[in-house]
Ligand binder design. Sequence first.
Ligand code: FAD
Ligand code: NAG
Ligand code: NAG
Length: 533
Amino acid sequence: MVIKKPRIVIIGAGMAGLTAANKLYKSGVIKGAFELCVVEGGNRIGGRINTSEFGGDRIEMGATWIHGIGGSPVHKIAQEIGSLESEKPWECMNGFLDDPVTVAENGYVLNPSLVDPISNLFINLMDFAQGKKKSIDGIENLGGNASVGSFLEKGLESYQKMKSRNERDDVNGCGDWNMKSLEKGIFAMHENTQRTFIAANDLHNLDYIAESEYVMFPGEEITIAKGYSSIIESLASVLPSGVIQLGKKVYNIEWRSECVAGVTGNGHSGSSSDSDSDFRSSPSSRPVTIHFLDGTTILADHVIVTVSLGVLKAGILDSDDSGIFKFIPPLPNFKIEAISRLGYGVVNKLFLKLSPDLYLARFPSLQLVFHKSDDQFKNPKIPWWIRKTSSLSPIYEKSSMLLSWFAGDEAHELEALPDEVILDEVSTTISSFLSYKKCNGNTIKSFKFDKVLKSGWGNDPLFMGSYSFIAVGSSTKDMDSLAEPLTSDASPLQILFAGEATHTTHYSTTHGVYFSGLREANRLLEHYHCINV
Ligand SMILES: Cc1cc2nc3c(=O)[nH]c(=O)nc-3n(C[C@H](O)[C@H](O)[C@H](O)COP(=O)(O)OP(=O)(O)OC[C@H]3O[C@@H](n4cnc5c(N)ncnc54)[C@H](O)[C@@H]3O)c2cc1C
Ligand SMILES: *[C@@H]1O[C@H](CO)[C@@H](O)[C@H](O)[C@H]1NC(C)=O
Ligand SMILES: CC(=O)N[C@H]1CO[C@H](CO)[C@@H](O)[C@@H]1O
């Protein structure tokens, strides 16, 4: 009789799944220790890494930056495979563009002497919240707040109090703005940039304490010349064809919950441990059965789940069993609670190609300051979904391809709008912001864009959003709970969890994802080394 090798199935061919597959293949499969396959619901690998072409440029629809090259495993791979150089220009090849032009609604170009003090205040406040600074000159009573949003609000208030600002302080030549409203507008612009970093609709929902627990890698932040997908392809290249199966959308996962023994799950009530009515009379030798939407099934000894926190949340909320990612029996309570508490939001990128007759000299790296939505001076032609956009910039110097980032409700709306509406409303907005050019005798009647491309992370059922954050009411402990494997005495390590939302200090980033994939691969490798396969 042939003894069956243990079978490991990885759900999801994003960064987490492919990192784990790469490690398990090199350290286990080629030694004959077990079988491996990766099942992916979409028709491509990469997940939230999605390098694309648009208007002749290589652009990133998802992950864009290596957030700090010092110690980053993603940077190391990119270096090793020669992905950091290219003949063709690439998105943000010059880093963050210098010398942005800041314009306030209705076309007031702001002097850096107005913008910089508020930008510095914002940076100082964030440094304080992140524990990099112990005090801020002239500002007292910081900290002790529940959310980053309320902390920032208080910081600006203290600043304006210190400067004795009031509504009557004019700003020279900016008719419908006064000093107080202008400072608020500039501050809000920075908050809106922060929303896109965090994927939070509202910074009042971002936990204050967690902000200081997050770890950034040191060094420059750079983009990848040959595209982020080159990292993915490199990880996948060790796997023989057939290991990755595309178009396999998981519907539900049947596992055996008898004697659930969470590694650190003591004190959590394991809801499912006593409800084990579905113990089968002649159980298969493999404890887990994965059911796909196409009606097929795969049996497995171990499953590494790497689907997004958004997909896990949708599975929990989906009470009418409409076929979104389910566990049977349901996950233990402590996991359900962690999944529910953690924050997960939408960020989308919008690319716009300038009309050829408008290439002009050079489109500026534009920072946008909007009136508050209840301000009497606000321009009624600018729609609400553009009012929290903080910038519109060429993707590299002199490029005619422009990029804006959107978060939260605005990012959702962007997905829902037809391309023509986007083109029309952005043109109107930018034309009104840049109408100042008229003053220079250099009349620009309207800014026209030819083509538009936007990402769609919020509505895609394979993602349901972009990345996670620590919401008020949750903590990084919830990420540990999420990372805890489901295991039982009879069938150890049945279900393991990797992915962006399972790393407590580097969540939301590709390098955090990489570490989580290695962590789960190593968990299985250790398990099998112990019993000397
Ligand atoms: C717009 C945007 C910008 C970003 N910018 C950056 C950045 O600059 N720097 C950075 O470090 N990170 C960035 N990120 C975050 C980064 O992309 C993610 O953290 C990372 O790619 C997530 O990898 P993952 O493997 O955890 O999940 P995923 O990439 O989501 O992989 C999970 C896979 O599971 C599949 N799947 C889902 N449901 C099912 C199912 N039912 N059956 C089968 N398969 C399923 C999905 O199709 C997907 O391929 C960005 C993300 C977005 C969306
Ligand atoms: C990935 O990129 C392609 C374009 O190459 C795009 O059509 C698709 O919508 C992108 N996926 C998401 C979720 O944005
Ligand atoms: C939740 C919390 O601690 N909020 C505090 C934020 O800071 C202000 C000003 O110090 C306090 O009044 C709040 O209680």
